[in-house]
Design a protein around this ligand. Structure first.
Ligand SMILES: [Zn+2]
Length: 350
């Protein structure tokens, strides 16, 4: 298998989308110990700037049009977030907060994901990364939750399908929490394959192995919960031997990663044991898939709450995406991988 070159028409390894407004959303105004801090993005940007952005071209994440948010969200949801923000902010639930700058930050986060998708589908690059916040994958069509206001990656996928002509989009969610909002948005759809690997028994509590989507979407939702303490051996096994073969058979025209980095061993919110290099290896696997299919690959930042570890994970991921080094194949971890294959093999050739 020969890989497509990752170099792009713009001469960059890929396109990196960000906006200063994303630094202004700060839930600590409501909860001083809140882990979703602007320092997370600042650490990423400081690290990448110190290495000349690894050759990635930087682009501004534009404001999303409000009507575009309604590709996924109800008009009422958009209005509630806007009005709460304009009124000075407040709590949505026990850990989700909106401040006065949050609506604008969220519009830039969603707009960055959509603009990245437009650039990728237009052939301006084969790789994209959105270093934006607030994150999105817990946000359901009619509900903000889990630090998330609008579902950036779901909006990107739906935008690609409804407005850019993509017939099938694959979303891989490697954040350690289940991407319940994204799953909900596409639960009954067969044009978006959603695959999530997440630690079982933690927030938000959804995403069991037996939940495979419903109706016409049955088989197009893949949930792979892993136990606390899991290391890269299991994560890479599930990626290589379950998620990637399914995605390859699905033949997406766009690959999106809901890229949280809270499975890192130092993350305070969960307890898996990945290293920054583990994310690099996952990135090589996914880039290999996209290259084999000849389709673009975009990633949108989700969680990751130890800023230095997060920055290192993003740096390693971007470096891996931009290199030609192939992923290493490994024998499947026997227990959970075969259990997952037994469920998912009803729908896909595994
Ligand atoms: Zn997370």
């Amino acid at each position: 298998m020969s890989e497509e070159p990752t170099a792009t028409r713009t001469g960059y390894a890929g396109l990196y989308f960000s906006h200063p407004a994303c630094l202004e959303h700060d839930p600590r105004a409501h909860m001083p110990e809140h882990p979703d801090t602007p320092e997370r993005l600042e650490a990423i940007e400081r690290t990448l700037a110190g290495q000349d952005w690894l050759g990635w071209g930087r682009r501004a994440a534009p404001l999303a049009q409000e009507t575009r948010l309604e590709l996924i969200h109800s008009a009422g949801h958009v209005q509630r977030i806007r009005e709460l923000s304009l009124a000075g902010g407040g709590a949505i639930d026990a850990d989700t907060f909106v401040g006065e700058p949050s609506y604008r930050a969220a519009l830039h986060a969603a707009g960055g994901a959509c603009e990245m998708t437009r650039a990728l589908m237009a052939g301006e690059a084969m790789l994209g990364f959105c270093g934006v916040r607030p994150s999105g994958h817990h946000a359901e069509p009619d509900r903000a939750m889990g630090f998330c206001l609008f579902n950036n990656v779901a909006l990107a996928a739906e935008f690609a399908i409804r407005e850019l002509g993509a017939r099938r989009v694959f979303i891989l969610d490697w954040d350690i929490h289940h991407g319940n909002g994204t799953a909900e948005a596409f639960r009954r759809r067969s044009d978006v394959l959603f695959a999530s690997i997440h630690q079982s028994g933690i927030y938000p509590g959804t995403g069991s192995l037996s939940d495979l989507g419903s109706g016409p979407g049955e088989g197009y939702t893949i949930n792979l919960p892993v136990p606390a303490g899991s290391d890269e051996g299991l994560w890479l096994s599930l990626l290589e031997h379950i998620m990637l073969p399914v995605a390859e058979a699905f033949e997406p025209e766009l690959v999106l990663i809901s890229a949280g980095f809270d499975a890192h061993r130092e993350d305070p919110l969960a307890s898996c044991r990945l290293e920054a290099s583990s994310f690099a290896e996952m990135a090589r696997h996914v880039r290999g898939l996209a290259a084999q299919l000849g389709v673009p690959l975009g990633a949108v930042l989700e969680g990751g709450y130890e800023p230095a570890a997060l920055a290192e994970c993003v740096r390693e991921t971007l470096a891996a995406l931009g290199s030609d080094e192939p992923a290493q194949s490994a024998a499947p971890e026997p227990l959970l991988t075969s259990r997952a294959a037994a469920h998912i093999g009803h729908y896909w050739p595994l």
